[in-house]
Design a protein around this ligand. Structure first.
Ligand code: AMP
Length: 283
């Protein structure tokens, strides 16, 4: 695996790969890698891509400074994991490299409705930061395929919109990979490393709630199931921020189960000062 820190250098290197039947598959990450990230790398390897991964903890997408300051950094282990997974190139730029003029002077991207609900409503500026960094990374890497995890469901729709707005006819193709979970169902996340042992044991309740939203869709009204979930999360000591049901294509919030639509259940909850999100497509 070749590691680059400078945008110019990786661009020059990747230019030598283009036109040689190599499809570049790109996986942007913030590091502290786990099996969820590795599944994205593997999907790109299995597609026969020339695999490029980036590790960059993007300051502009953190709406809480303490979350940014405490974001886990495990560089050496990350590099080992990427080599084992079959990654070809790692891009590890500094903040100055990604934002030579600073990240404050940014033309906002119009994500419309998507930026006003759920994560968009609760984390002001978050998706602007995500859109800003993914746009810049795509300019540098110019991949044919972009791999994202369903774990960040709303982010997938935001990036889909970003790609539409960029109006880039020849790509990249967006590939959304399923959420990797721990044995007890907890969605893998870099932030899980910040949970204490007792917190970690409780965290699987988020997935249990998603499964109960799914399994009760023919039995009960969503508002009742939602209330049960909020009560259960609170009983376990979590602070739910939302337990929502939405149209899986548009993320329009829906009040009750509607079998005529593809639906996704989404939860955000805090355990101590760690904020976790998860989702499940329920039909
Ligand atoms: P992050 O490093 O958290 O920014 O995540 C980088 C990419 O990995 C994003 O596309 C995430 O959606 C994806 N990802 C994170 N956790 C998981 C998981 N448990 N399963 C699958 N993909 C994931």
């Amino acid at each position: 695996m070749v590691i680059f820190k400078k945008a110019h250098d990786i661009k020059v290197y990747l230019d030598t790969k283009k036109g040689k039947n190599d499809h570049i598959g790109f996986i942007p990450t913030m590091g502290a890698l786990h099996a969820g990230h590795v599944s994205l790398i593997r999907a790109a390897v299995d597609n026969g891509d020339f695999v490029v991964c980036s590790i960059f903890v993007n300051p502009s997408q953190f709406n809480e400074k303490s979350d940014f300051d405490k974001y886990p950094v495990t560089q050496e282990a990350d590099i080992r994991m990427l080599i084992d997974a079959g990654c070809d190139v790692l891009f590890m730029p500094s903040t100055d490299e990604v934002y030579p003029g600073g990240y404050e002077k940014h033309t906002p991207v119009d994500f419309g409705y998507l930026d006003t609900i759920l994560e968009g409503a609760l984390r002001p500026g978050h998706f602007q930061g995500v859109g800003q960094v993914v746009g810049l990374l795509l300019d540098i890497i110019s991949p044919e395929r972009l791999y994202l995890g369903q774990k960040d469901y709303q982010q997938c729709l935001v990036i889909k919109k970003l790609l539409d707005e960029r109006g880039n006819a020849e790509g990249p193709e967006l590939i959304i990979c399923p959420t990797k979970r721990e044995e007890d169902g907890l969605a893998m996340s870099s932030r899980n490393a910040r949970l204490t042992e007792p917190q970690r044991a409780l965290a699987a309740v988020i997935y249990q709630c998603l499964v109960s939203i799914q399994s009760k869709q023919h039995l009960d009204r969503f508002q009742l199931v939602c209330k049960e979930c909020i009560d259960l999360l609170e009983k376990k000591g979590l602070k739910p921020e939302y337990v929502s049901l939405a149209d899986a294509e548009t993320l329009e919030i829906i009040e009750d189960y509607d079998p005529s639509r593809k639906m996704v259940a989404l939860i955000a909850a805090r355990i101590g000062d760690v904020r976790l999100i998860d989702n499940l497509v329920i039909n």
